[in-house]
Design a protein around this ligand. Sequence first.
Ligand SMILES: [Zn+2]
Length: 176
Amino acid sequence: MPELRELPYCPHCGAKAFHAGDFKPWYCDECDFKLYPNIAAAAGVFVLDAEGRILLTERAHEPSKGKLGLPGGFLEAGETAETGLVREVEEEVGIQIINVNYLCSAPNRYAFGGINYNTLDLFYVANAASKSARIDPAEVAAVHWKLLDEIQPEELAFQSFHHAFQELRRYLSSSD
Ligand SMILES: [Zn+2]
């Protein structure tokens, strides 16, 4: 899987005089084009039911096919994280969410379309307005409602989830 920083040609003029690396910005000697390889923003949400169970999605595709994810995804230009989550939860599992509140953030790496992206994942907590899920089979294989203590760390799809679950545990214990 190539790193984004292995881009060999200038995306503006096509010259091979393109310097892409860990430093910012990447630049082209031929046309002075500069590219800022910023992280991508993504958001995920812990949707809770009235008994405190968490909605988990079983991922239908790589990366992390078969592992447990959260509803959410990459944010689109011009939308807030909260708006993006309402949209993603509706698309993926057909559930309306209310009381969307920010929890924490964590960096992640996400392999998509043959590129490894650096992301910043924003995590939220929300309540389910109903539990009748209508899943999108293109994205989600199944949904599971689990209590926090029923979730094993090795089931989780992404590294950033480990930090988010720790923060969720603190959030839930402080709101008892
Ligand atoms: Zn160039």
